[in-house]
Design a protein around this ligand. Structure first.
Ligand SMILES: [Ca+2]
Ligand SMILES: [Ca+2]
Length: 184
């Protein structure tokens, strides 16, 4: 199923990003297989840093997300499960009804702009939170596929030359103050 979900994501990615030959591709797939009772929240985290994503020298321009749910086999007429899905700072599905097909439900989307992209791009991590607003189910898989491009690396540390010059000025000022003090 891991291979299947990735091939779905990769296929979608090829359709959207076929024009960019030098895309850097990262993915993270979790298999929580966790029962979520009504009112409960399950959380997890996608992390592409471990695959080599570097937030200071890369930027994400495409994200595909898939959340796979499994039915807990309620009796007929009880299939009214609703979820709320939050990704870092963005609520993407508020009270969305799960539609079951052969006992499974797939929720997800593809993003090429917006806060989800920015939240993943800035630190390589995207936290997800799924709440069972109504009914109960299993969260079976959570998958992310991201495409990045290299950008000019951001300067994170002030350069040594500038720091030394500043330090030198400070010392010179202190020395001048001391001389004036001593001259009195
Ligand atoms: Ca983040
Ligand atoms: Ca249920």
């Amino acid at each position: 199923m891991k291979a299947k979900i990735l091939s779905i994501l990769a296929g979608a990615g090829l359709l959207v990003g076929a024009q960019s030959a030098s895309a850097l591709v990262f993915y993270d797939v979790d298999f929580p297989i966790q029962y979520v009772a009504q009112g409960e929240t399950v959380t997890g985290s996608f992390n592409i840093l471990k695959q080599g994503y570097d937030p200071s020298c890369m930027e994400i321009y495409w994200v595909g997300l898939e959340f796979l749910f499994r039915d807990d086999h309620d009796r007929f007429g009880e299939h009214k499960e609703k979820i709320t899905l939050t990704l870092d700072s963005t609520t993407v599905a508020e009270g969305q009804t799960l539609s079951w097909f052969l006992g499974f439900s797939l929720v997800g989307g593809i993003y090429t702009s917006g806060t989800i992209l920015a939240d993943l791009s800035e630190d390589g991590i995207l936290n997800y939170s799924i709440t069972a607003k109504k009914g109960d189910f299993y969260l079976k898989e959570a998958g992310l596929l991201a495409k990045a491009r290299e950008v000019e690396c951001a300067q994170r540390v002030p350069d040594a030359g500038g720091t030394l010059a500043f330090l030198g000025l400070g010392v010179a000022a202190l020395m001048g103050a001391q001389r004036r003090f001593a001259a009195r």
